[in-house]
Design a protein around this ligand. Structure first.
Ligand code: NAI
Ligand code: MG
Length: 347
């Protein structure tokens, strides 16, 4: 089984190194790794954020473990050369459209949440975010208005095939959980969202056992803070899902805790923490590696059929937290490597 390792920029290499240590410690037979350049690191080395050699590794691999991309040195580059094009390009080239972002509070961390402990402890939700369409991939550019003003534009669109396939993913996930699906859109003002809602209602006919509700995204942002325990599965588009999942991370305790899987129609997956390259703390050994460690666990479970090994990692993370392991984002003083040590010790 081949794993593509794409550490990327900023804290990416620091956190992926800890996830790799944890994977190594499991002693799984037949796991091999191939490392590839992505993001600003790739642009600096070979002039492109997603070089063909990297794409080739991604296509051959059984699963991809990704750190983060984003480098302030690249801020002035043209859009297609920016580091972020690496993750957008991988999602598009491999058809990775179904981004699963579970958010659950480790009881040991209820004190780290930005919410009251009794509100935070009720969180056990899954955000299913579409990642192949929406405003991120629409036509975009700059132009000049008739009055001579500079104008930027990004076209937001979804077609029914794109909505239908992610909707099926959402309903199936809800069926495997507590049977509740909340579809989040902005159908009161956006036609893209009206189509989204119409198609979700059509798909719902195949899942009579799942309770479907709809919520506007601004209300969803408010409800996530007021009463996050009401949610089971949240199904939403690329832009809204991006924002709501960062918000959910703080409800859980830290952006350094949330893992994700992004799957394609064949079940191939890319696994990454939901956060970015955190340039403000890069190179300081302070980043919390647990989101990446937990992403590696998702990888074992979803792409490699190693559920028991995934359980072992998750249990080790819980035990490390129970034992007091806290990086700076969790209010503690432990560094990236010490957090890795704590997980290994618990393992
Ligand atoms: P970010 O997620 O990198 O950081 C936001 C804040 O959270 C920062 O204060 C950072 O220090 C903190 N943080 C993030 N991960 C942490 C961790 N593991 N441990 C402790 N603290 C952590 O988002 P930001 O600052 O908006 O973006 C930085 C760069 O990352 C940008 O270039 C952005 O485009 C890129 N980005 C890349 C993503 C990806 O590779 N999938 C996703 C999100 C952003
Ligand atoms: Mg984001």
């Amino acid at each position: 089984m081949l794993i593509a390792l794409f550490p990327g920029d900023g804290i990416g290499p620091e956190i992926v190194a800890q996830a790799k240590r944890v994977l190594d410690a499991l002693g799984i037979d037949g796991l091999t790794y191939e490392e590839g350049l992505v993001g600003g690191a790739a642009w600096k080395a070979v002039g492109h954020p997603l070089p063909p050699e990297t794409l080739d590794i991604a296509k051959r691999a059984d699963a991809i473990l990704f750190g983060a991309v984003g480098d302030p040195d690249c801020d002035g580059l043209e859009r297609h050369l920016r580091p972020e094009q690496a993750i957008l390009g991988l999602r598009k080239e491999l058809g990775l459209f179904s981004n699963l972002r579970p958010a659950k509070v480790f009881p040991e961390l209820a004190d780290a949440s930005a919410l009251k402990p009794e509100v935070a402890s009720a969180i056990d939700l899954l955000i299913v975010r579409e990642t192949n369409g929406d405003v991120y991939f629409g036509e975009k550019g700059f132009r000049t208005t008739a009055e001579g003003w500079r104008e930027g534009y990004d076209i937001m669109s979804y077609n029914e095939a794109e909505v239908r396939r992610i909707a099926h993913g959402g309903f199936q996930a809800a069926r495997a959980r507590r049977g509740k699906l909340c579809s989040v859109d902005k159908a009161n003002v956006l036609e893209t969202s009206q189509l989204w809602r119409d198609v979700v209602i059509e798909v719902a006919k195949d899942y009579p056992d799942v309770a479907l509700s709809h919520m506007y995204v601004d209300n969803a942002a408010m409800q996530l803070v007021r009463d996050p325990g009401q949610f089971d599965v949240i199904l939403t588009g690329n832009l809204f899902g991006d924002i709501l999942s960062d918000q959910a991370s703080m409800c859980v305790g830290s952006i350094g805790m949330l893992a994700s899987a992004t799957l394609n129609a064949e079940g191939k997956g890319l696994y990454e923490p939901i956060h970015g390259s955190a340039p403000d703390i890069a190179g300081q050994g302070k980043a919390n590696p647990l989101a990446t460690v937990l992403s590696a666990a998702m990888m074992l479970r979803y792409s490699l059929g190693l559920g028991a090994e995934a359980d072992r990692i998750e249990a080790a993370v819980a035990r490390a937290l129970a034992g007091g392991a806290r990086s700076a984002d969790l209010g503690g003083t432990m560094g990236t490597e010490e957090m890795g040590d704590a997980v290994l010790a618990a393992l």
